[in-house]
Design a protein around this ligand. Structure first.
Ligand SMILES: Nc1ncnc2c1ncn2[C@@H]1O[C@H](COP(=O)(O)OP(=O)(O)OP(=O)(O)O)[C@@H](O)[C@H]1O
Length: 255
């Protein structure tokens, strides 16, 4: 299997000598092409820091992160911008859509920034919109559609450039349970049909149960790993709850 992501012995410190926080404490893992991996952990365990380091928003203190064969810890800012545009797709809890642009323009912008030929843009936007069932929302503005639709527009923007890796940070955090389920079903088919590789941070066991594999982080370290295998989603959900209980929380408070 082709490793899309290799995280090798990374550490991340914040602060200075007198007041140091070790947010990530020697984490290593790999994600294969086409995998859907979840990251869970209590508040303050290092999930966001880990995602920020992988998404090139933050730097690691030591260790290496290799995405699609490129060691991103060595890249300088201009190359890093290009790398981000070409290789990564982002989905955030609060959508991060531009309210002054239509949903169509929000999706098209990702292609323009990447340097896509203008003649290809329309067909690419329409194809991805059809896939995510947001065709009717394309000519509206983000403030004219529901939260669930907004997150599908944001997902369209993330995948339209055909990135090697999609990074999702609490993608269902602002959605009601029906919209969350719809979005996760789309993620599942994106992953199955288009072989999109997804790395998703979530504190929610239901959301995590759609992944194939989950890494649990505690105090900046990988504490446990669960593989869905042949489990149904519901069986996997129950196993996730068991690990959460072991980690010392229930589904709602600590995670
Ligand atoms: N910019 C920063 N400066 C100093 N310390 C930080 C900074 N960002 C995070 N930390 C610390 O690093 C540790 C990990 O934080 P992080 O935000 O990665 O956790 P998290 O698992 O994402 O938490 P949550 O679920 O609450 O978002 C915490 O102790 C946090 O206080």
């Amino acid at each position: 299997m082709n490793n899309i992501l290799k995280v090798e012995n990374i550490e991340k410190y914040y602060g200075n000598k007198d007041n140091i926080t070790k947010a990530i404490d020697n984490i290593s893992f790999r994600v294969d092409e086409g995998e859907f991996v979840g990251i869970m952990g209590p508040s303050g365990s290092g999930k966001t820091t880990l995602l920020n380091c992988i998404s090139t928003i933050d730097n690691v203190s030591t260790g290496n992160i290799i995405i699609n064969g490129q060691n991103i810890t060595n890249l300088k800012s201009k190359k890093l911008d290009k790398f981000r545009q070409n290789e990564l797709g982002f989905i955030f809890q609060d959508f991060n859509l531009l309210d002054t642009l239509t949903n169509y323009e929000n999706i098209a912008l990702a292609l323009t920034i990447k340097g896509e030929k203008p003649s290809n843009i329309d067909s690419k936007v329409k194809e991805v919109a059809k896939y995510l069932e947001i065709e009717k929302a394309l000519n509206k503005y983000p403030y004219q559609i529901s939260g669930g639709q907004k997150q599908r527009v944001a997902s369209a923007r993330a995948i339209v450039t055909n990135p090697s890796l999609v990074l999702a940070d609490e993608p269902t955090g602002a959605l009601d349970s029906k919209s969350a389920r719809l979005l996760l079903e789309r993620f599942e088919s994106l992953n199955e049909d288009l072989k999109t590789t997804i790395l998703m941070v979530t504190h929610d066991a239901f959301t995590a149960s759609y992944a194939h594999r989950i890494l649990f982080i505690k105090d900046g370290k990988i504490f446990s790993e669960l593989v869905r295998g042949s489990d149904t989603r519901k069986e996997f959900f129950n196993r996730i709850i068991e690990v959460i209980t072991l980690l010392g929380g229930d589904d709602n408070d600590v995670f």
